[in-house]
Design a protein around this ligand. Structure first.
Ligand code: SF4
Length: 266
């Protein structure tokens, strides 16, 4: 969602091999998520350490000094997550599910509306599927989706308030996409990112929060979701210039970038 909103062309090219995410960073991220999940399922500290050592022994982390440093970094992330679990329980959050699948179906266009005229069938036509790291409820019984991030730099509170992924989680909760896990008709209680690799001075994970969205904001985000579907369901993809273009990994394939312009005919 976030990538589509920023630039549909970048989204499609990265999705088909244009991404430059480091292999080790991706593996480390998956490992931390798996261990966090194991912790939620009841594994104790020794079991998590054993699982981490066993996985790390099979991983090529490069030079030994680098591997040791990365291993310590992973341990630091797990400790930060444990700390977050403790403080968030004290604050009133309660775990409902981990790695929870979510599916949101949005109704299609009415007969005569633009999509219908373009030949798309009316009725349900947009399905958003995903998986949330943790579904929790707050002290008031409202759902709060938690997304664990292993990136090195937390986003700002302002960016979190406008974060498409978090907004879709709230929209999904409000429209009943978590089924019987939540009370029918319950209003969302916000969504949070937990940056286990970006810690405060005291070692706590930074936690940018998206406050609860009201009905008007949810309706606005539903429009954004529909627009994302429009932007990615055709054979044309818009190149949308933005502040990240200079660092875009697919700029050499982008017609709006000097390095990606087509070679003119001789
Ligand atoms: S360079 Fe900018 S406009 Fe082009 S694909 Fe990348 S993000 Fe999109």
């Amino acid at each position: 969602m976030e990538k589509i909103v920023r630039c549909p062309l970048r989204w499609v090219l990265e999705r088909h091999g244009g991404s430059e995410v480091g292999a080790l960073a991706a593996v480390t991220g998956s490992l931390v998520h798996a261990l966090v999940q194991a912790g939620a399922a009841g594994a104790d500290g020794d079991e998590l350490e054993g699982a981490l050592r066993s996985a790390w022994a099979r991983l090529d982390a490069g030079a030994p000094w680098f591997g040791r440093r990365e291993l310590e970094r992973v341990r630091g992330m797990l400790a930060a997550f444990e700390g977050w679990v403790r403080t968030s329980r004290a604050e009133g959050l309660r775990l409902v599910a981990v790695e929870q699948a979510v599916q949101l179906d949005l109704e299609g266009d009415e007969p005569g509306e633009p999509g219908e005229r373009a030949g798309r069938p009316s009725g349900p036509w947009l399905r958003v599927r995903g998986r949330v790291d943790r579904l929790e409820v707050d002290a008031e019984g409202r759902p709060v989706v938690i997304d664990v991030k292993t990136g090195k730099t937390a986003i700002s509170a302002r960016a979190a308030a406008e974060h498409p992924q978090l907004a879709v989680y709230q929209l999904a909760a409000a429209l009943g996409a978590f089924g019987r896990l939540l009370e029918p008709g319950v209003k969302p209680g916000g969504a949070r990112l937990v940056y286990v690799a970006d810690q405060k001075a005291g070692g706590q994970a930074k936690e940018p929060v998206q406050p609860p969205l009201d009905d008007e904001e949810l309706a606005g985000w539903e429009k954004v979701v529909r627009q994302c579907a429009e932007d990615t369901s055709d054979s044309h993809f818009i190149a949308r210039v933005g502040p990240d273009c200079d660092r875009c990994p697919v700029r050499t394939s982008c017609p709006l970038s000097a390095s990606g312009r087509p070679v003119p005919d001789p």
